[in-house]
Design a protein around this ligand. Sequence first.
Ligand code: AMP
Length: 222
Amino acid sequence: MANPNRLVILGPPGSGKGTQAKLLAKNHGLVHISTGDLLRQNILKQTELGKQAEAVIAQGGLVRTRLIFEMLLDLYEEEKDYVDQFILDGFPRSVKQAEGLSNFLDQKGKPLTRVVQLMLDDEAIVERLVNRRTCPKCGRSYHLISAPPKTPGVCDDDGAKLNWRKDDKEKVIRRRLKTYHEETAPVVEFYQNKGLVVEIDGSQTLEEIQSRISSLLGFCKA
Ligand code: AMP
């Protein structure tokens, strides 16, 4: 049997975590778990969690850890096989969350196998995110300058109207970056101390990054 892959992908907002995580999941049979996507689904449905998370996300802060764990435990109750092969994207975002995750996985006897750290500087991130538009239907991401849709504002694949995330406005992006440096950057050190981190230059093309991650993780070519 192939080696298990229980992965976390870390990096500042806009470093391409979500895109890379989706591709890795698709190419290598992993479950992709994005806490940001789960929270946005809750906001769309206006669940109790969604209502509580909405204002925090709009301001670029972090949703309370207790709520994040409840949301993830609900998911785990639905599908216990998730702990076998997964890639976590957007979680953990603080040392407290990282410790909680380690305790949970250690209890199951299924610890993380690797942590991928995407690196990109702040100004490159602001430029990326203010120009990001996403399709609410298929999740495809566009960049208004380097990868625009054929028809402005419309997804090439399914014709849905593209969405400009409220938290992709410059003021909020800068707050998200501040939150990242204060809360999430120490998570990298937490995992470095466990010898789990592989570092990847996030300024390369999507394909280069995917192939670099795949070779560092020892995946066969997809
Ligand atoms: P993302 O799509 O990963 O950039 O997440 C969007 C926003 O959701 C973040 O800026 C946070 O406000 C919130 N969020 C996502 N994941 C977490 C988490 N693990 N802990 C706290 N807040 C989170």
